[in-house]
Design a protein around this ligand. Structure first.
Ligand SMILES: [Zn+2]
Length: 135
């Protein structure tokens, strides 16, 4: 079996992943009050996003192989190609949503209550304006 054929065959199994993300892309309201759980969620979402990125790479490779076959005049790849492109587009949208969610969870650095500048951890006074830092 040729290399191209292998990738094209693999592409037939792509794009049909289980929707097990449990509301990640559903925009469910999350009631996270504790910082630690927020960080945990942040880490988990980052991990999900990396998995999706790998899936995206596989999909794109599959699309490439199928497209090549199609352009080389091979029959019967049109459907497969169309299906994979559609599901890749869905994946792209899900990734975008996930990225937005991650951005909203990104831990903000502490800032000075007086001048608003970012504060390095552990200091007792703002290094910009000298204001005492209240925890
Ligand atoms: Zn300050």
């Amino acid at each position: 079996m040729s290399f191209i054929q292998k990738i094209a065959d693999g592409a037939k199994h792509l794009g049909s992943r289980a929707r097990d993300l449990g509301g990640i892309a559903g925009g469910k309201a999350r009631d996270i009050t504790k910082k630690s759980s927020e960080l945990l969620e942040y880490t988990r979402l980052r991990h999900e996003l990396r998995k999706m990125e790998r899936e995206m790479e596989n999909n794109l490779a599959g699309i490439g192989a199928l497209y090549y076959q199609q352009q080389s005049g091979q029959d019967g790849v049109d459907e497969e190609l169309k299906r994979l492109i559609e599901s890749t587009r869905e994946l792209e949208l899900e990734m975008k949503e996930l990225e937005e969610q991650i951005a909203s969870l990104q831990p903000a650095p502490p800032s000075c209550s007086d001048c608003g500048k970012d504060l390095p951890d552990g200091g007792k006074y703002c290094s910009y304006c000298g204001k005492k830092i209240v925890e």
